[in-house]
Design a protein around this ligand. Structure first.
Ligand code: F0G
Length: 368
C-alpha cells in the first residue's frame, strides 16, 4: 500500500475519542437539551472500560471484571458528566452564579464548568476533609471557596437554603440535570461491552451516581439497545454507611473523604435502584478500600481515589455470590491524583530519600 493511502486509512480510522465532542453532543436525543441550549463542554465522557484481570483472577469462576475509569474525565471525576448538563442548562436560564456543597470533586467540576461558561462559582466544603488535589482545582478554576466548620451534610443544608433565597443555581445532584448527564456512563458501558453487565458495582455517597446509572440502563433497555439490566451493587464505607444501616449517620468517618456522607440526598432513588434491580448494598472497611486501591495501582497500573476503590473492595467482599461466567463492571469514579496524601501514606513501594548523587551510592542502594 502506498504511504499516502496508508496515512489516509490511519486518519479515517482514528479512534472516536479524537473527535469526541463531549457527551451532550454525543447523546443529544437522550438528554433534555434543545437548539437553544448553549453547550458548555470540556469534552467529558467516552472514558475507557478496562478489563482488570488481577481482579477477575481473584474472583475465578470464569468471571470477567472491568473498570469504568471515569477518573479520566477533564477534571478527574465522573462529576463532569453531570456538570456539563447542569451548567449548560443554568446558562440557558441566564444564570450568573452557581453554588454547591462538596466533599471535593463536585466543587472542582462546578468550578471548571462555571469558569468555562463565564459564571461565578461558590463552593462550600467541610474544612480539613477535602483532598488537596480537589481543593487545588477549585482554587485554580477560580471558585470562591468557603471551608465550614461542619461536615458535607451540613454544607448541603446550607447551599439548599441559599439557592432558595438568592438567584444562585444549585449544582449538587438534587439538580435533575446532573443525573441526566451522569446516566450517559451507562450508555457507554453497554456500547463498549455489547450488553449491560450482570453486576454494576459502584461507590455511594450522596447516591446520585447509582441513581443516574440505573436511569441510563433502564432507558437503553426500554429502547431495546440492551437486552438485560444489571444488578445494582452499591458500596459505602463502614463508618459512613447510612444506606446500608437504613438510618442517617450523624458523624460519618472514612479515609475515603469523597463518600464521607451521613444523610444522602438521593436515598429514595437509590433504594428504588436497589429493589428494582434485585441489587444489594454493603459496607466495606477502610482497610478493604486501601487493599483494593493498592491492587489496582500495583497490578493494573490504575490509580484511582480511595472512594472509587470501594467498588472493587465491595466486589471482592461479595466474591462468593458472583455468578460464574458473569461480566462485572466496577465504576472508578475519581482519579488517584486527587488525593496525594492518601497515596503517599498508603503504598507498599520502596522509597529511598536523601540518596547521595553518585553512581556508587545509587547502585549500592539499588542492591546491584
Ligand atoms: N466517588 C467519588 C470520587 C466522589 O467524589 C463521590 C461523591 C462519590 C463516589 C459518590 O457519588 O454522591 O453520587 O453517590 N462526591 C460528591 C462531591 C459528594 O461533593 O464531590 P454519589
Amino acid at each position: 500500500m502506498a504511504l499516502s493511502s496508508k496515512l489516509k486509512q490511519l486518519f479515517s480510522t482514528s479512534p472516536k475519542k479524537n473527535n469526541w465532542p463531549g457527551l451532550i453532543e454525543a447523546y443529544k436525543p437522550w438528554l433534555p437539551v434543545t437548539k437553544k441550549t448553549p453547550i458548555i463542554t470540556l469534552h467529558e465522557g467516552a472514558t475507557p472500560l478496562i478489563e482488570v484481570k488481577s481482579i477477575s483472577k481473584r474472583i475465578g469462576k470464569g468471571v470477567q471484571v472491568y473498570v469504568k475509569y471515569d477518573g479520566l474525565n477533564p477534571t478527574g471525576s465522573f462529576k463532569d458528566r453531570g456538570m456539563t448538563m447542569a451548567i449548560s442548562k443554568a446558562k440557558e436560564d441566564g444564570c450568573e452564579a452557581v453554588i454547591c456543597a462538596s466533599t471535593g470533586n463536585t466543587s472542582a467540576s462546578a468550578a471548571a464548568y462555571a469558569s468555562k461558561g463565564g459564571m461565578r462559582a461558590f463552593v462550600i466544603i467541610p474544612d480539613g476533609y477535602v483532598a488537596q488535589g480537589k481543593l487545588a482545582q477549585a482554587l485554580v478554576y477560580g471558585a470562591e471557596v468557603l471551608a465550614i466548620k461542619g461536615n458535607f451534610d451540613k454544607a448541603l443544608d446550607i447551599v439548599q437554603e441559599l439557592s432558595e433565597k438568592y438567584p444562585i443555581t444549585l449544582v449538587n445532584s438534587v439538580n435533575p440535570f446532573r443525573l441526566q448527564g451522569q446516566k450517559t456512563a451507562a450508555f457507554e458501558i453497554i456500547e463498549n461491552l455489547g450488553c449491560a453487565p450482570d453486576w454494576l458495582c459502584i461507590p455511594m455517597g450522596n447516591a446520585g451516581n447509582i441513581s443516574a446509572y440505573w436511569m441510563g440502563f433502564q432507558e437503553y433497555f426500554i429502547a431495546k439497545k440492551s437486552r438485560k439490566l444489571p444488578r445494582m451493587m452499591g458500596f459505602q464505607a463502614i463508618g459512613s454507611a447510612p444506606l446500608v444501616k437504613g438510618h442517617t449517620v450523624a458523624n460519618p468517618e472514612t479515609i475515603a473523604t469523597a463518600i464521607r456522607i451521613g444523610n444522602p440526598v438521593n436515598k429514595e432513588k437509590a433504594m428504588i435502584a436497589k429493589s428494582s434491580s434485585n441489587g444489594k448494598f454493603s459496607s466495606v472497611t477502610d482497610s478493604e478500600i486501601i487493599n483494593a486501591y493498592k491492587i489496582l495501582g500495583r497490578e493494573e497500573g490504575i490509580f484511582c481515589e480511595p472512594a472509587s476503590a470501594a467498588s472493587i473492595a465491595g466486589l471482592l467482599q461479595l466474591k462468593e455470590e458472583v455468578p460464574k461466567d458473569s461480566k462485572i463492571v466496577c465504576v472508578l469514579t475519581g482519579n488517584g491524583l486527587k488525593d496525594p496524601d492518601c497515596a503517599i501514606s498508603n503504598n507498599d513501594s520502596v522509597f529511598h530519600s536523601g540518596v547521595e548523587a553518585n553512581i556508587t551510592e545509587i547502585t549500592k542502594t539499588m542492591g546491584l
